[in-house]
Design a protein around this ligand. Sequence first.
Ligand SMILES: C[S@@+](CC[C@H](N)C(=O)[O-])C[C@H]1O[C@@H](n2cnc3c(N)ncnc32)[C@H](O)[C@@H]1O
Length: 304
Amino acid sequence: MVALMDSAAWRSDGPDLVVLGDNLEFLAGLPDGAFSLIYIDPPFNTGRRQARQTLRTIRHADGDRVGFKGASYQTIREAVSAYDDAFADYWEFLEPRLVQAWRLLSDDGTLYLHLDYREVHYAKVVLDGLFGRDCFLNEIIWAYDYGAKARRKWPAKHDNILVYVKNPDSYYFDNSAVDREPYMAPGLVTAEKAAKGKLPTDVWWHTIVSPTGKEKTGYPTQKPEGVLRRIVQASSREGDWVLDFFAGSGTTGAVASKLSRRFVMVDNNPEAFKVMRSRLGDGGLLSQVQYLNLPSSHQHRPAV
Ligand SMILES: C[S@@+](CC[C@H](N)C(=O)[O-])C[C@H]1O[C@@H](n2cnc3c(N)ncnc32)[C@H](O)[C@@H]1O
């Protein structure tokens, strides 16, 4: 009941929102189809330490947990559960939140799920099941080159961002709104083209947040605004509502606000709430920001 009351604090004509509390509890009270864009960057280590319920493979026709399009992710999840306990817990945690993401997307909306090489292949199967394979738009590779390098294998220096749309026939996407990037070999194109730059592909070279730069908030898993900027520019319009329910330092909200979009940020870590308060302030010309502290936030266990 509390969740429904608190989520009712959101109105499409109300202020931008920053929420401290468990995202599942909060999301459950938001109305269907409210968001044009959802970006999430969930932690791998969710802090959950509980006895795992083994999920049995069952035929889809009899299953009670099939995806919206009835695909085979149950079987895959069973296989993953058998392989790795921590992973099984992770998907028990993440899957209901992805179901909410699907529900909350507008018909022309898009989900960006930011992961790395450890989870992305399983996530692809889960999301194919939830959204439908035809709703898969891209796998974006965010490549960077920073930090220690493994010597016994190729150093992993990229993240993976899976992009799914609610409706493959009517989703919004405008790559002409995205900042262009320099050609790798400008000598091979005309001077005019070289000056204009090229449209980004699904491989994005971008530095991490510089430890000494002005973008740095001090929050450990902060993502660069440049990466979010492309996402927000391509997959939302001015005035659209953008949701990030693993918000951390509020990078998505900061970018959304700079690009005249509306935002709802949710995180259950009081430190994240504090960082967002100072980063997002009282709002700008477009909207005030309302800060909401859910009762569940008092049971928080940090997992960033
Ligand atoms: C990888 S960080 C996100 C970083 C963010 N993209 C940024 O740029 O700062 C993941 C966040 O999810 C939050 N989180 C984990 N479980 C949560 C839950 N159940 N409800 C809300 N937030 C949660 C953590 O507190 C953490 O801040």
